[in-house]
Design a protein around this ligand. Sequence first.
Ligand code: SF4
Length: 71
Amino acid sequence: MARKNYTGKDITVSFDLDVCQHAAICVHTLPAVFNTKRRPWILADAAPAEEVATVVSRCPSGALRYELVQH
Ligand code: SF4
């Protein structure tokens, strides 16, 4: 499965299900953004971009990545 992008106004988060180890750090730390019961399951704008970036960088598998949107 290919890496999928979730684009917000300040940050774009991408996710690769094949890489995810289901450690659930993302959903536990920032459920407003990461919620597997919702589609799309990532809402990149549901928290400040710095908070989203911090959680993404704590993903142990590298399944999550981010890129800040240049304004
Ligand atoms: S933190 Fe990373 S490895 Fe863990 S569930 Fe989220 S995307 Fe998957």
